[in-house]
Design a protein around this ligand. Structure first.
Ligand code: LUB
Length: 215
């Protein structure tokens, strides 16, 4: 499978709601990052409804007007946070792929890295909550889960071609099962202990699932 297929998922779509000019100066880019991180912290902690643009502005000691310059609405902030959530995964894939393991081990390590990101990365945490709250957000958010399924199916087809997959295991079905398992694990872990135990919980589930699909 050409590498480009792996890169296809998680395309970071242009933020359709942004009216402000593309930040050319570093300062503008740094300000956007600052605002986005503050928004992620608030969205992750309180959710979309309970977060106002004023709360975000106060958190970074800016005026609402200054925030609106970069993100014209609260919905635009939510879209940007979710886009950045998905933008995390190609970087993680590149890092894991560089280790040179086979496709099945690469899949396992990629998912373990994603599980840790759900614990440690505030943008990943916020994106997960915003996707749950999609019905409350009047904006076009990326369709959840499909890019992960596409990426894992591509990796598992490579594993099948390399003889790493148990006979009879369907790469697409296995990819859907892995995505469902990680989604559920991070959701349950978030509710029960704010994801503090997610690495251990995911290792448990991953061990069972990969034992089931490994040749
Ligand atoms: C992942 C979330 C939370 C799926 O792919 C997604 O959209 C996901 C947010 O919607 O978990 C499991 C990797």
């Amino acid at each position: 499978m050409p590498e480009s297929d792996q890169a296809t998922p998680f395309l970071v779509r242009p933020i359709v709601t942004r009216r402000g000019p593309d930040p050319k100066q570093d300062r503008a880019a740094r300000t956007r990052t600052l605002v986005l991180t503050a928004a992620a912290e608030l969205f992750a902690a309180r959710g979309f409804r309970q977060t106002s643009v004023k709360d975000v502005a106060d958190r970074v000691a800016m005026t609402k007007g200054a925030v609106y310059f970069h993100y014209p609405t609260k919905e635009a902030l939510a879209v940007a946070v979710v886009e950045q959530h998905y933008a995390r995964w190609p970087a993680l894939l590149a890092e894991v792929t560089a280790a040179g393991h086979g496709p099945l081990e690469t899949s396992a390590r990629l998912l373990a890295g994603a599980a840790a990101a759900f614990r440690d990365d505030i943008v990943v945490r916020a994106g997960a909550r915003l996707q749950i709250e999609r019905p409350q957000i009047d904006a076009e958010l990326p369709t959840p889960y499909v890019d992960w399924t596409r990426l894992l199916a591509a990796l598992l087809r490579r594993a099948e071609a390399a003889g790493e997959l148990r006979a009879g295991v369907c790469p697409q079905a296995a990819a859907r099962s892995l995505v469902a398992a990680l989604f559920g694990t991070q959701q349950i872990s978030d509710v029960l202990h704010e994801r503090s135990q997610i690495a251990e919980r995911w290792a448990e589930t991953s061990e069972l699932l990969f034992r089931a699909i490994r040749a």
